[in-house]
Design a binder for this molecule. Sequence first.
Ligand code: MOS
Length: 763
Amino acid sequence: MSIMDIARTALRHVPDALVPGAKPSPMRGQHGQIGAPVSRLDGVLKVGGAARFVSEVPMEEMLYAALVHSTIAKGRIATLDTAAAEAAPGVALVMTHRNAPKMRAPQAFGQGSGVAGSNLPIMQDDAVHWNGEAIALVLADTQAQADHAAALVSVTYDASPATIDFDAARADAQHPKSILGEPPVLDIGDAEKALAAAPHKVDLRYTTPRHNHNAIEPHGATVRWDGDTLILHDATQMLNGTAATVADVFGLKPEQVRVLSPFVGGGFGGKGLWSHQILAAAAAKLSGRPVRLSLTREAVYRLVGGRTLTEQRVGLGADADGRLTALIHTGVTSMTSHNNCPEQFTFPARHLYAAGSFHLEQHIAEMDMLANTFMRAPGESIGTFALECAIDELAERLGIDPIELRRRNEPTEDPTSGNAFSSRHLLKAYADGAKRFGWERRNATPSSRREGEWLIGMGVATATYPYYRMPGAAARIEMDASGHATVAIAGQEMGMGTATVQAQHAADRLGLPLEAVTFEYGDSALPAGVMAGGSAQTTSILAAVAAASDELIGAFVKLAGNDSPIAGRRADELVARDGGLARADEPSAHESYASILARAGRSSLTVETAAPKPVETMKYSMHSYGAQFAEVGVNAVTGEVRVRRFLGSFDCGRILNPKTATSQFRGGIIMGIGLALMEETLFDPRTGRVMNPSLAEYHVPVHLDVPEIDVIWTDIPDPHTPLGAHGIGEIGITGTAAAIANAIHNATGRRLRDLPMTLDKLL
Ligand code: MOS
């Protein structure tokens, strides 16, 4: 089981008393940092150039690495001539399978505690597993020398037949063993029969292409060995998992690998453990010198997986009032035999609509390719494209407004698990969004609004993403003699505001001003964090910081003793404020942390505490929701699509920092615009090679593609989560492509069911 599996394991019937959030402990602090639009604490370092990214970490005597990539999808290396490269200027060595250190294959997600993207052995023999795999690594004194020498390596292959054509591979498609711990088939009633009998229905096919990760910071690793300890500077969203997995590869104890990653230039699911970190560590071992392996943009496409393709079917049957009698969502994705990422595109259909019957089923077609991986809302991003476009088509056939159709099918409990919703205010998100966006101005008749060459339309779709909280986080807090708290946890900051929000949280908990809190993160040697994935880091860490804060306050109550104004009071009779503790019933009875420490003759007080287990997810159906509103213009002459306005109206529990949250929602929506209109990895079915491995040919939205994006939220706390919060990192991308597709239909009368919706499909 992976940590994601554990995080969402759906046991039933957990008593209320075991759910930590059921009776939320009141916020102790009075400073109100939580909820304030605090600017990112790391922002100054980034805009000032002081933040050091992985490929900027300096080391003495460092060698630079360059890679040679395979050009066949499957087979063996027949000849490999490295002599010219070895003789080139500045070259220290060339590493191939012939001289690479012996290493175990990494454990992949779903295997033990592994987090690697794939469990293939790395440079251990002459086998080639995908087109683009690293088959040689050159070390030289400069990057230019390494790049030059890598071009001098000559290789020939014995190719063997490879499964690289999806249409051929899908003939043998199988069920995945599980989808994040859930079965690949879910049936309630006989949905096919109900669909056949339904008076109103749609039965539609959708396709979504492969996508590659294009975080602004390409992946890299800067490493050195300190005796038997590996110092791995990485750009990662999984510090502890990387340390444990890499340690296992080299036969070390986890504490012998220290992963450092204080600044990450975007993750989105792609900043995990791939072959480059392990190759860099192996090359450093072989050469006895520090090594930097900084992937080129092309190498990111060759070595780091992306989102897999899907072909999906959505069948919806409804009665005359629009009540769903059948909901069918099935389809096939491609995957490899060496990873475990089946892309859970049917998950939204499990909980969005109160249908009379369900048939949800996923298949995978195994292919010889780079392992696919998580990419912002894996599953939900593209699953909502199909489902929410089909709902819009059904609404049109019924002659019912699409928001009204959703209202008529709003469930009162989770329609497939039967669990109570922990917090669900989707209809309020729709109502608020419709008002703000001016939905009543939409003409339901397609192609009825034109401004010059531009056909204008509006569309709407539901956004949804699960609430996960991962176990295993612990936080350390040290209060020093001056009353300054240092909160330490092996958390990750990819630019979303982790450090800022947790510092706000600790300040409130401990009754400190924000300046009196330091948040330490980005180092696997700190108390364990959780991976920054599944939009789960914030709530997982909140729980640890809350537990440690409570313990620290308890320790201060003890240390205060009998000579304090707070003497004789238990922790729950005190409030934390003004840099210390005060009696709740007598606020002037206050003593500062600094004073308590001084009287006790202590220079500091430190606690380390683990978060309580996340049992809330075992009892409730827990999700975030949103209503996405798009207005597009489609050029009647060229077919060009322009998103003119966009509004995301979200229901994601309590919003902890409106400024960082707005950026998260907007970023997700922008990535959704890319998903809708431009992103597509071109994969050659003859060679298995990615054909557009550059930002010149793989298009992502740029400033001129992105309109003003308005964001609002319900701000209704979930009573069952730490601070009432939900994760918000991924939901913005969900529903966005469907809202745009539905708007294109409203503008033009055309239904596009294949992403990306490029202009050629509209001509
Ligand atoms: Mo996310 S795709 O779990 O970084």
